[in-house]
Design a protein around this ligand. Structure first.
Ligand code: NAD
Length: 497
């Protein structure tokens, strides 16, 4: 007993089909471990629907948090966020609690799985930023009928994830990193992401680097997916293209993923709780099993990971014991499919074997845990580097049913001695002083006030006095200071400004 290498792992069976795929994965890992002198100390923990139902609004109880803090590694099944209970998804809460900033989703052609791209050699990894972007969930109603979400992108968050992508490429001996963004439209948020991608490309020079606009990535992925190697993207875009990627190689039954933070890593299938299949013993557990191989590599059990992966590939290749979703994709009779437990048994029987039609896991570059060393400069140093901001003016967002001409004239009249009303816009298009050729009133405007003396920084007192005057004309909802650093404006122009 004492010679066993032991690993404590938090296992969260989750909701719907979660307990079935978690049990299948656990059985396969335990069987492989027993052959290799390894043992897992599974700490079973709760999260998701059952927790919300008990009245815990987070969906992740303290005992589960404590367990993950102890083990630092979690294998989790899908979690449901019942509507009307928790505010936030328990999945997103888990990712955020442990700052697992890197979501990694491989998509690789698998033996025995028919797809439109069979034989093209799809083998890509999507690296998705996992904390920021629209997923920060900062939303406000600007009026009863105007909703806004803040797309938050930071230099630090972008650098961390892009560096992670390059480090992953190095570990896995991958040749190319594609930074995907929408920098053509979103100059600051996505633009920052693109620029950092370019900066880091120089640092990781032997790896080929390119940038593609995210919509082109979607197009190219469908047209010629084998061209991609590592793709790194901001949170929402990464979410969408990684689902697209899993669809290219056989669907949700095979899509594995990992969420890495500096301290904790959480491994899970991409699919959800598939409630209509829950308890029926028909679901394909491969996605979670392959996620578990990422976990094994993360904790340094490389041989074990290879063994499990090879047994899965051999089972799929054999084609004798396939779950329903695969049989359906092959156009076969689902009556001939095996159950979840039947497939699990077959994988266990195949431990020690590998596929013959595709490279075995062991023959591929060893992908160990990726722990990039962050090299961004800290807060104070960075502040000294970029210098102080100069306040040039303010955007005041107001709710109003006045016409553009009326609101423009009224606001211009109260600009006072220190400001000019440069423009009023609606949904990013100038509507005053120049009228827009077409205008659809949504009851919400932005008024851009710029300091008359552009060489003089604007004081807070002047800004607040202006806001007070504006409040006499329209309901102001939010403010954005207009600032520049070293002469570079930190705000975009409206269309037509
Ligand atoms: P889903 O992924 O649960 O299921 C959609 C369909 O995909 C299923 O009906 C099934 O046909 C197929 N499928 C999924 N997993 C499969 C597998 N392992 N084998 C074979 N076929 C599989 O998506 P959904 O129905 O949109 O979501 C159900 C619930 O899961 C929702 O409450 C949702 O919020 C939650 N969810 C959780 C996660 C997570 O925990 N990471 C992810 C997605 C959805």
């Amino acid at each position: 007993m004492s010679n066993l290498r032991r690993h404590a792992v938090t296992i969260i069976p989750g909701d719907g089909v979660g307990p079935e795929v978690a049990l299948a994965t656990r059985r396969i890992l335990d069987a492989a471990a027993a052959r290799a002198g390894v043992a897992f100390d599974w700490e079973e923990a709760e999260a998701g629907a059952s927790v919300f139902l008990k009245g815990d609004q987070t969906g992740v109880p303290q005992a589960t948090r404590d367990s993950i803090e102890r083990t630092r590694v979690a294998l989790k099944g899908p979690l449901e966020t019942p509507v009307g209970f928790g505010e936030k998804s328990a999945n997103v809460t888990l990712r955020k609690l442990f700052e697992t900033y890197a979501n990694v989703r491989p998509a690789r052609e698998l033996p025995g799985i028919p797809t439109r791209y069979k034989g093209e050699g799809i083998d890509m990894v999507i690296v998705r930023e996992n904390i920021e972007d629209l997923y920060a969930g900062i939303e406000h109603l600007q009026s009863h009928d105007v909703a806004q979400a803040v797309k938050l992108i930071t230099r630090k968050g972008s650098e961390k994830i892009i560096r992670f992508a390059y480090e992953l490429a190095l570990r896995e001996n991958r040749k190319k990193v594609t930074t995907a963004s929408k920098a053509n439209i979103l100059k600051f948020t996505e633009g920052m992401f693109k620029r950092i991608g370019e900066e880091l490309a120089a640092e990781y020079a032997p790896i080929e680097a390119n940038h593609l606009i995210i919509d082109n990535v979607a197009h190219q992925m469908v047209k010629d997916p084998a061209q991609f190697d590592v793709i790194v993207a901001t949170n929402l875009h990464g979410d969408i293209i990684s689902d697209l990627a899993s669809g290219l190689v056989g669907g949700l039954g095979f899509a594995s993923s990992a969420n890495y933070g500096d301290e904790v890593a959480i491994f899970e299938a991409v699919h959800g709780s598939a409630p209509k299949y829950a308890g029926k013993n028909v679901i394909n557990p491969t996605a979670l099993v392959l996620s578990a191989t990422m976990m094994l590599r993360h904790i340094g059990e490389l041989d074990l990971a290879d063994q499990v992966e090879d047994a899965v590939l051999a089972t799929l290749e054999d084609g004798k014991a396939l779950p329903q979703d695969v049989v359906r994709q092959q156009g076969g009779d689902v009556e001939a499919a095996v159950s979840t437990t039947g497939f699990t048994d077959a994988v266990i029987e195949n431990l020690g074997r590998g596929p013959t039609s595709v490279p075995t896991a062991a023959s591929r570059p060893r992908a160990t845990s990726v722990k990039p060393h962050p090299r961004w400069v800290d807060g104070e140093k960075r502040l000294a580097e970029v210098g102080p901001a100069t306040v040039l003016g303010v955007d005041i967002f107001v709710e109003s049913l006045l016409s553009p001409a009326e609101i423009g004239t009224k606001l211009a009249a109260l600009s006072g001695p220190n400001f000019n009303l440069r423009m009023v816009s609606s949904r990013g298009v100038v509507v005053w002083p120049k009228a827009a050729p077409a205008f659809d009133h949504v009851g919400f405007f932005r008024a851009r006030f710029i300091a008359r003396d552009e060489t003089q920084a604007v004081s807070n007192e002047e800004l607040l006095a202006l806001v007070t005057r504006v409040a006499g004309v329209a309901q102001w909802v939010h403010l954005e200071k207009l600032r520049s650093w070293g002469g570079e404006e930190g705000f975009t122009r409206a269309a037509g400004e």
